[in-house]
Design a protein around this ligand. Structure first.
Ligand SMILES: NC(=O)c1ccc[n+]([C@@H]2O[C@H](COP(=O)([O-])OP(=O)(O)OC[C@H]3O[C@@H](n4cnc5c(N)ncnc54)[C@H](OP(=O)(O)O)[C@@H]3O)[C@@H](O)[C@H]2O)c1
Length: 361
């Protein structure tokens, strides 16, 4: 039996209430304190994984009970200790690989620091598969609404991050997007990524420190930030734009769903798991849907690839492509488009196509 561990954590109050209904109606500061006091623990046993080579696999979700902003704002030593304790639980369970889900990889240099502390337990952030799934979904959605990537201006919000920088690199390689702009707050890191992309692909990309200015005339926006969410407001995008929101919690404000029917927002990084796999945990998704970062951990385990895979901020294009092929071999496929937790309908697509046509008239 092959075994993996994967860190999960709540994104917001809805996640807490789904698992602990007694939290309903409680004040958020109180819930935050309780989360802070709760040590890492096993939250689910994942069963039914049949590997392509005939082996079986199982895994455990290990809860690191902090909200995203707590990962970023509590003292780093405290958060790191929590994650370390979670990794010890994975080891006790016999995990041969550990997935650093959500913000557990955002702190500690994309998992580099925890991996250095525990070299005998290979780790992955899951960001290669997340990138592959987000780009696949973006390409398919762009085709549906009639955006040609080679003619498009692409904005990558979080362009200096782990997922954002490799997304930008892929948009710059092979058949490049017409224009690429990288957006984040730290200009030095943005310029480093822009220089690397230029050196590797020959494509010049621009940088911007304002989300509003950076995306205002973009045809395609990929958003993958470690902000605590809601940084893309309803009046930021041009009509007919496509936004793939990879971030958890989401970067695109919910009001966009009702205020901007002329823009298509899809959630990036969602995969359909093989039949028979039971996650034994309710993430609030439809049954059979998993995050791409979980998928990466499950797939590496099913392949018997017990090695550090997506670690640190500099992801490799080859690995992004490889993990997606391995996922396919193990029976995982891209999930249908979802927007603000609902399946994207033909009416939503038509409304964006109409807006695009009106704009070009
Ligand atoms: N769907 C999935 O399966 C899945 C899987 C993995 C990760 N994720 C999500 O993907 C997101 C990115 O993860 P990552 O590992 O790539 O993070 P990361 O390496 O820490 O990068 C975060 C990026 O966001 C930028 N950023 C942070 N706050 C910002 C703000 N307010 N405005 C503009 N840019 C901002 C950072 O640059 P500055 O600090 O310089 O601004 C950096 O470029 C996270 O939300 C994570 O939860 C989703």
């Amino acid at each position: 039996m092959r075994r993996f561990g994967f860190f999960v954590h709540p994104l917001d109050m809805r996640d807490v209430v789904r698992i602990a209904p007694q939290a309903e109606g409680k004040r958020k500061p109180l819930v935050e304190k309780i989360l802070e006091w709760t040590p890492p623990h096993e939250v689910a046993h994942i069963t039914g994984l049949k590997c392509a080579d005939g082996e079986e696999a199982e895994g455990w979700f290990i809860g690191i009970t902090l909200f995203p902003h707590q990962f970023l704002e509590l003292p780093k030593d405290f958060v790191f200790q929590r994650i370390y304790e979670g990794a010890l639980i994975a080891k006790e369970k016999g995990a041969q690989i550990l997935g650093l889900g959500g913000y557990s990889s955002v702190i500690g240099k994309g998992g580099v620091e925890l991996q250095a502390l525990m070299p005998d337990l290979p780790m992955t952030s899951g960001n290669s598969c997340t990138t592959a799934a987000a780009l696949d979904a973006t390409a398919r959605a762009a085709e549906r609404i009639g955006i040609r990537i080679s003619e498009a201006k692409v904005a990558v919000v979080g362009g200096s991050g782990s997922i954002g920088s490799v997304c930008a690199k892929i948009f710059a390689a092979n058949e490049p997007a017409a224009e690429i702009v990288l957006i984040a707050r730290n200009q030095r890191r943005l310029e480093k990524v822009a220089d690397d992309i230029h050196a590797e692909t020959g494509k010049k990309v621009t940088t911007c420190n304002s989300v509003k200015d950076g995306i205002k005339d973009a045809d395609i926006v990929i958003s993958a930030t470690s902000s605590s969410g809601d940084i893309i407001k309803a009046d930021y995008m041009k009509s007919g734009a496509l936004i793939c929101d990879v971030s958890l919690p989401h970067d695109v404000c919910r009001e966009v769903a009702s205020l901007r029917p002329d823009v298509l927002v899809i959630e990036g990084g969602l995969m359909q798991i093989p039949e028979g796999v039971d996650l034994n945990y309710n993430f609030g998704f439809d049954p059979g849907i998993a995050l791409a970062c979980m998928t990466e951990t499950m797939v590496l385990c099913m392949e018997g690839r017990f090695e550090p895979y997506s670690i640190g901020r500099g992801l490799q294009i080859d690995k992004v492509r490889e993990i997606y092929k391995l996922a396919e071999r193990q029976g995982f496929t891209l999930a249908g488009f979802r927007s603000f937790e609902r399946l994207v309908t033909d009416e939503m697509i038509d409304s964006v196509i109409k807006a695009k046509k009106q704009r070009s008239c």
